[in-house]
Design a protein around this ligand. Structure first.
Ligand code: ZN
Length: 320
């Protein structure tokens, strides 16, 4: 898979341009200072600045996070009204929905099915938190044929479309979904944790949805991936105030254990790190040489990153 297949360059550039304009609309004087959102250490220092937003690095667990940051209410309003958010749902996402179904959602559903089949775990019901139009649930249904599927989606428009497809969808955020407490064998959330004001409150909400003996599976961006480690503030993944949390492997582990999960397993099955670095315009001796060595070396290098938890696309599999 190539990055351009799921994020066409022109659309991505326009989205990032709008996000940068949006990021200047927020009142920086009202931002709040936080401790590390993964391990709660104060041993953190300014590491990079992007579009005038500061990101600290936690010297205890290695998490990168925007600090100070807009509070939860400001962020909720931002997501409702920002031009970049509208562009994402009205232009970007519809354009890439079908390629993403084939390239991302189908293989992801297959992988999830394989992971839990190997554990001998066959969920009777599954909830997708941040379920959007329900496309990922439709793909999951093909693997988990007997499972009942549910969605939780904060956008009223998306929740409506999802309900019309016959997927029971709660129009709420994870944090306000208490009415569905302790209901699900498996709770999934894709690419939400990097956006939220408090990863702890978010993981608590996920934990609350899971039944005793059940599992949560969260996917999102982590800091310790080759692309982000290499590109730093040049990384297109780091853009405020949309992406504000980049937990380390240790940070993910500590947070999920603190919230009450008994087993926490982390994998980084990402496929794009090296493609993103090579496509970024950054030229180093390493990028020059690996490009010259060609596709086989590049593929083997990405495989090495995957196997050693060095891709930024992170999955947390946590048992209650
Ligand atoms: Zn930390």
């Amino acid at each position: 898979m190539k990055e351009s297949e799921i994020r066409p360059k022109a659309l991505l550039q326009e989205y990032l341009r709008l996000a940068e304009i949006d990021s200047r609309q927020l009142d920086v004087t009202k931002f709040v200072k936080i401790a590390c959102p993964a391990c709660f250490s104060d041993n953190c220092q300014l590491h990079i600045t992007k579009n005038n937003y500061k990101y600290d690095l936690c010297h205890d667990c290695g998490t990168l996070f925007c600090n100070p940051r807009p509070d939860g209410e400001v962020l909720d309003r931002f997501y409702d009204s920002a031009e970049s958010s509208k562009f994402w749902s009205n232009e970007f996402f519809p354009h890439v929905a079908e390629p993403r179904r084939e390239k991302l959602f189908k293989p992801k559903a297959n992988r999830i099915f394989n992971i839990f089949s190997e554990k001998g775990f066959f969920p009777r019901n599954i909830c997708d938190v941040g379920s959007g139009y329900g496309i990922f649930l439709e793909e999951l249904k093909k693997n988990f044929e007997k499972a009942e599927l549910y969605g939780i989606e904060p956008s009223p428009e998306m929740a409506k479309i999802s309900n019309e497809k016959g997927i029971i969808t709660l129009n709420a955020s994870a944090e306000s979904s208490a009415e569905w407490s302790h209901r699900f064998d498996l709770v999934i959330s894709s690419e939400v944790i990097e956006h939220v004001f408090s990863p702890e409150q978010f993981v608590i909400s996920i934990h609350r949805l899971v039944k005793s003996g059940g599992y949560a599976l969260l996917t999102g961006l982590g800091y310790e991936g080759f692309d982000i480690l290499t590109l730093q503030e040049r990384s297109n993944s780091i853009f405020p105030p949309h992406h504000i949390n980049f937990l380390s492997i240790e940070g993910f582990e500590k947070l999920f254990k603190k919230v009450g999960f008994s087993e926490v397993e982390i994998i980084t099955p990402g496929e794009l790190d090296i493609d993103i670095v090579l496509g970024s315009g950054l030229v180093t001796e390493f990028t020059r040489l690996i490009s010259k060595r060609g596709d086989k070396t590049i593929a083997e290098f990405q495989d090495f990153l995957r196997r050693n938890k060095l891709s930024s696309h992170t999955w947390v599999i946590a048992k209650l």
